[in-house]
Structures are given as structure tokens and as C-alpha cells.
Design a protein around this ligand. Sequence first.
Ligand SMILES: *Cc1c(COP(=O)(O)O)cnc(C)c1O
Length: 398
Amino acid sequence: MLPNKIRSKPVYLDNHATTPTDPRVVDAMLPYFSNSFGNPHSGSHYYGWEASDAVELAREQVAGAIGASSEEIYFTSGATEANNIALKGITRFYREKKNHIITCVTEHPCILDSANELASEGTRVTFLEVGSDGLIDISSLRDAITDDTVLVSIMTVQNELGTVQPIAEIGKLCHEHEVLLHTDAAQALGKMSLDVKAMNIDLMSITGHKAYGPMGCGALYLTKKPRVKIKPLFSGGGQEKSIRPGTLPTPLCVGFGKACELAGAEVESEAKRLKQMRDGLLSNLDDNLSGLHVNGGMNHRVPGNLNVSLEGVDAESLMAALPDLAFSSGSACSSASSEASYVLKAIGTSTNLAESSLRIGIGRFTLEEEVDYAAHRLIEEIRNIRKNQQILLVDAAE
Ligand SMILES: *Cc1c(COP(=O)(O)O)cnc(C)c1O
């Protein structure tokens, strides 16, 4: 009944943490490690031109996936770096004129930490709250914007909840007040269609390894209309128009470009398939288990994500009982700490339920049999844990 993949390794259900590299991406990358190894910035000979052509094609592929033009794409090492450049680069450049930025409490730690660092340098930072659906309230954003606001940074898709913010509407409001909009779209690329112009986005961060591309390569989109200035984080040899100097990793750029091409081409068919599997899994769990709570709204959510809490079940113990499944919990999301997730806290989840939360990320290479197997095992072990707890409770009462 179970495919070989399941017997040899745990079923992978953590596609928000990273995605496997698509074999088509690996194939595109391989020649650039060996045969076509040139430095893309060597302008005087064949090897450099060959690598440079490959990087520029990749740049077009990245731009194509988000509705940008290729001159608006700056390669980085990933979304963490792109987010740092966007927040610190914009804020530090415009600080003399405007010195207030707005972000949100459920952003990725690299945004929150960048914002806190800017606050320690004297920038005023507003952290917007979210509702139980995980979304910000547009009117509180409107209230927060002042003449001193230079930048709003709101993520497109939340990495724990999969919830999708109303970015086009946020961008429209920003532009009415001549404020720039940055969005961390690391979890959105390939999961929903993206169009920076239609969505009123001025800066966007994306990364390869959340979209079936390689780890270590991402991009910052920076609009050229209006012309926006950035104070770079690094000094260097002028690459990427000095916004992100350093030799570009040709194989990674090529792989990221290919991943973006596939993401753009397959987003709709893939979304439909993932949604079917996700909805099937949710109804299977809900039909067979009591005390199940969905965290965050289901209406504005990317298709492969499920985040649920199960009353009375400690997620860490559940994971320990399920070595045949690889998923994550809301209690140890930022690997360094074992505290309940700040994201679940922000949407009003109690500490108990946050410690009972599971995040499941279904992806391009997840098989239907794997989802069925996961549902079967989750139901079995959750019932087991609850039954043992009953026995302990009865014992304690005696
Ligand atoms: C993974 C992730 C990041 C970090 O991206 P890297 O490319 O690993 O640096 C940033 N933001 C969100 C929402 C993410 O999911």
C-alpha cells in the first residue's frame, strides 16, 4: 500500500521550512558547476560572457514570475538578506526626510529584528496587530500612516499559518500617502500568482528554497518607478548596481531562475492539486478527532498549508511518537526557542492550544498516498495520547 519513499524515510510534510529542489532545476544548474564555471563579472572573455548570459536569463525568469522587469531584480542569498536590505536600506537612506516605518507582529524574525535594530538607531516603528484570521486591519494601517512614514512592510503569506494578506489593498493605501510598500513574499512564490504592478508593491523579497529552487539564492525586487534609493549593507565591487555587491553564484541563480519559470507556469494547476489534498486531510482529521481547532482563517490561505491545534495533545510528544512523519509544531518554530509561537499568540491562541499545534505543509512532490498515510497515523497516535492521558487522570483520581 505504501510507496517505497515512505518506508525508507519519513513522509515530508514540512514544505514551509524548505522544499526539495525540483529535478528540472537541478538539471539546469549542473553545467554551471563544471563546464560553464566562469565568473559572470569577467567581461573580457568567453567564460565570463557565458556565465553572464545565464545569469541574465535567470534574472528575466525571476522577473517574469512576479510581473517585474529584469532591471528591477537584484540577486541575494535569500529572503533574509533581501528583507534586511529592504528595511535597513530604505530606512537609512531616507532617514533625514522621513523616519517612521510600519510592520506587523506576525512577520518573520528577520523583519522583526531589522525593525528593532532600526528602532535602536532612532527610527519610530509601529507593529500592527492581527485578528484571529491572521490578517491586519486596513483601517489600523490607515491610522498608523503619518507624514513621517517612509515604508510599510507586510508579508504576503505568513509562514506558520499560510494566511494571505490583502497586499493590493495595502499597496493602494500606501501609494495614496506616498509611502513605499515592501512585502516578504518568501512563502507566496509559486503558491499564488504574483504581480508586483497589479499588487502595488515597490519592494519584494523572494527565495529559491521555498519554491523548489536551491538554498542560498533569492532576490529583492526594487521598483524603478518611482526611482527608489537604498543604502547598501555591504561595500564591494559594484555588482548588482552596488545594492548587493559580491560575485553572483551562477549555478544558484540559474536554478532559482528555472524554479521561478516553473512556479509561474504551474502555479494554478499545482494550487488546485494541493488544495484538494489539504482539504481532504483536514476533513479526514476533523471527522475522526474531537477538539480540533484550525489556527488562522481558512478563506485567505495558501493551498498547501494546514495549521491545527488538538486539545490535550502536546505537539512535541506527538512528533516524538511519529518519527515516520516530518512536520512542525507551533511550539518550537523558531528552532532556537521552545516557547509557544509568537504568531499563534498574536492571533489569540491560548498557550495550551499553541503547544498542541501542528503545521503541515503539503508540496509539489507530496503524494496522495502519503497524505492518507499521515492522516491515518496522526489519528492513531492522537487517540493513543488522549487514551493514555485518560488512564493517568483516572489513576491520579484513585
Ligand atoms: C523562509 C523565510 C524567510 C527566510 O528566507 P531565507 O531564504 O531562508 O533567508 C523569510 N521570510 C519568510 C516568510 C520565510 O518563510
